[in-house]
Write a protein that binds this ligand. Structure first.
Ligand code: SF4
Length: 705
């Protein structure tokens, strides 16, 4: 415990809502955590996971010292080994023979130096992130429509809207505090809520209209909505004319794709009357927010789904206005911060991609990095395929557990086993750390300083209130030490997270001149004290007074060459893999209310585990009867990629022919393989995001004994 007692304002490390947390240390050293009433994301509220944060701070499974080849080692020896192995592989095979796989759990400062090292100085773009599995389709959709990856709205729009449409988002469980804000508005203002989700989730159970859509039919549905808006005279012709391009092509394809209401309803497997009601609600409510999440993004056509939604908001001018806009909510606490620094293989830095040589030259000048990467690198699924094929010979995994979370996880584990040199830096032992040649103990939440950005572009500080245990160190310091040992010391001589943040902010404004909306220029001169006192605010932040921006694009001004947004014509394609006689059930995967990712933090907290003690597969009663499975039976789920086991729960919340399995469990916490073992490594061609919501499986009774 730090000797200075008092209250520290920090930010929850679990989800993209980004709730403020107060950590109070009493004079006797006891620690109490509660929601921060002054944080604009949560106004003092915390969900079940956030409320249990204090129970995750123990040393259970903590990594406390570096290990080389499974033996304890000194930091110097471990860092020397990482630097020399990476340098050796690069010298013999070139920069594209190494890779980093990082995480939306990292703080922006950690992310920034990892990205700078790989892209600027190693000279490869082979750094990708587990956020690829979470929101890459939204990034790609934003870039196609707006010219840049920008969420236009703010959380308060949920409270100002008259209609909120939740698409592929079990908000009640996955973004609970945001959901609480929405439910308060519903009680107080009568906000109408429509849920579009194949399952009757906790969110769908409390809404005005639930559309249990056929999995994968989202483009069809929103093309139908666009056609209805046009046919019913509900377009904002002035906004379309002044601020957009491509409407005619988009509406022509949408109308042809959707066809008649009866045809559309059949394609979406929805009641035509319910579909019409949704269309009429959308058309009638100028203050409409459409929230979308993993059910949209985690698809082989996720980017098209995102653009189908954005098309409807552009067509009605409902964007960046109070109570109106499309809203992508992110799963991880710093998915947005990773996007800002360029921690995706197809982004360079500071919202600059690889499309324009001038942008690459600009970053090269700023970093003084003549060896900068000039081509996109390998996205997550491709990265692990390259590891398995031996093309990547040294891999550094930071703060994530791909041995469980990646699709075709069995193949990922085989790839890690075969890789010449694997480094893992993490807080606790995971299924992935067992593959590490060098294991580096990282400081955990509460033990380090930095920033995160939530889903409404709001940057908040995470602050240290505990000393790191054992030899654990902040990720940024570990990465900088390796960079220095690789000979890049001049560019990585950072002494604090504040120094890194200042450089990150300065890069965002360097030669920008308003071309990009992402701009933190006003924070580039922050002193250490000002960084320490930094209050939550949304970017862009242009001026030294540090005031954050509000909504964007309400009056156009898109960061495209002509300042106009783009309608993207999209056509319904459906899931990449179809059920057949061998694999007749469509498996959906997702989160439980009280668990986080692969349970490495939440899995050891008894009161969180009590909500769902073991992995359960949800089946429709008629499917269970057909498969001769009863409630509580142990079932085997098999796909073309692997198998796992789960207890059967029979529920009318599932559509006939569909099943649902939580994503969290692995052999670490239950006698079963991870859901990722079943999933196909099939990705969206634009975003590289895998299709995790539609896996054809066979489900049988598991033979015991
Ligand atoms: Fe943490 Fe998200 Fe819960 Fe807020 S809603 S307390 S950020 S897990």
């Amino acid at each position: 415990m730090d000797s200075n007692s008092g209250v520290v304002q920090t930010t929850c490390p679990y989800c993209g809502v980004g709730c403020g947390v107060l950590a109070e240390t009493a004079p006797d050293g006891t620690l109490a955590l509660r929601g921060d009433p002054d944080h604009p994301a949560n106004h003092g509220k915390l969900c079940s996971k956030g409320s249990a944060l204090g129970e995750t701070l123990g040393l259970h499974h903590r990594l406390l010292e570096p290990m080389i080849g499974g033996r304890p080692a000194r930091w110097d020896a471990a860092l020397d080994r990482v630097a020399s192995e990476f340098s050796s592989v690069i010298a013999r095979h070139g920069p594209d023979a190494v890779g980093f796989y990082v995480s939306g759990q990292l703080l922006t400062e950690d992310y920034y130096v990892a990205n700078k090292l790989m892209k600027g100085f190693i000279g490869s773009a082979n750094i990708d992130t587990n956020s690829r599995l979470c929101m890459a389709s939204s990034v790609a959709g934003h870039k196609r429509a707006f010219g840049e990856d920008v969420v236009p709205g703010l959380y308060e729009d949920f409270e100002l809207a008259d209609l909120v449409v939740l698409v592929g988002s079990n908000t009640a469980w996955c973004h609970p505090v945001l959901y609480q804000r929405l439910m308060s508005a519903r009680r107080e203002r009568g906000t109408r809520v429509v849920v579009i989700d194949p399952r009757t989730t906790a969110t769908a159970a409390e809404c005005d209209l639930h559309l249990p859509i056929r999995p994968g039919a989202d483009v069809l549905l929103f093309n139908g909505l666009l056609a209805h808006l046009a046919a019913s005279g509900s377009l904002d012709r002035d906004y379309i004319a002044r601020h957009t391009e491509g409407f005619e092509e988009a509406i022509a394809l949408a109308a042809a794709d959707a066809g008649s209401l009866v045809h559309l309803a059949a394609g979406c497997d929805l009641d035509p009357a319910a579909l019409r009601l949704f269309f009429e609600l959308f058309a009638a409510n100028a203050r409409t927010v459409t929230v979308y999440s993993q059910g949209v993004n985690q698809s082989a056509h996720g980017t098209d789904k995102v653009n189908a939604i954005l098309n409807c908001h552009l067509a009605t001018g409902r964007i960046g206005k109070p109570g109106a806009g499309p809203f992508s909510v992110t799963g991880q606490p710093n998915a947005m911060g990773g996007r800002e620094v360029g921690g995706l293989a197809n982004q360079l830095a500071a919202h600059i991609g690889f499309e324009h040589p001038a942008g690459i030259d600009s970053v090269s000048r700023f970093w003084n990095a003549p060896n900068i990467a000039r081509q996109p690198g390998l996205k997550a699924v491709e990265l692990f395929e390259a590891v398995g094929a031996g093309r990547i010979k040294a891999l550094w995994i930071m703060g994530t557990n791909p041995a469980v979370s990646m699709p075709d996880a069995g193949k990922v584990r085989a790839a890690l086993r075969s890789c010449d040199f694997v480094v893992v830096s993490d807080v606790v032992a995971t299924d992935t750390t067992r593959f590490a040649d060098v294991l580096l103990p990282a400081a955990a939440w509460g033990e380090k300083d930095g920033t995160v950005t939530n889903s409404e572009r709001r940057i908040s500080r995470q602050r240290r209130f505990l000393p790191p245990p054992g030899a654990a160190r902040p990720d940024w310091a570990i990465i900088c030490d390796v960079a220095c040992r690789m000979g890049f010391g001049d560019a990585f001589a950072f002494r604090s997270p504040a120094e890194i943040f200042r450089e990150h902010a300065a890069l965002s404004a360097f030669e920008n001149e308003g071309r990009r909306r992402f701009d933190l220029g006003g924070l580039a001169g922050l002193t250490e004290d000002a960084y320490d006192a930094l209050a939550p605010r949304s970017w862009p932040i242009h001026h030294a007074d540090g005031a954050g921006a509000g909504r964007l694009f309400g009056d156009g001004g898109f960061p495209t060459p002509d300042g106009r947004a783009r309608f993207i014509p999209v056509r319904h394609e459906g899931p990449a893999l179809h059920v057949d006689d061998s694999y007749p059930i469509a498996l959906n995967t997702g989160r439980m209310r009280d668990q986080w990712h692969t349970m490495t933090r939440t899995g050891h907290v008894p009161r969180l585990a009590a909500h769902a003690p073991e992995p359960v597969v949800d089946l429709h009663p008629a499917d269970a009867a057909r498969l001769d499975l009863a409630e509580g039976d142990l079932a085997r789920l098999s796909s073309r990629y692997g198998f796992t086991r789960a207890r059967v729960r029979i529920t009318g919340d599932q559509r006939l022919g569909d099943a649902f399995l939580p994503m969290h469990w692995s052999g670490h916490f239950a006698a079963s393989a991870a859901a990722g073992t079943l999933s196909a490594p099939i990705t969206d061609p634009l975003s590289g995001q895998p299709e995790l919501k539609h896996v054809p499986v066979r489900i049988t009774r598991e033979a015991l004994g």
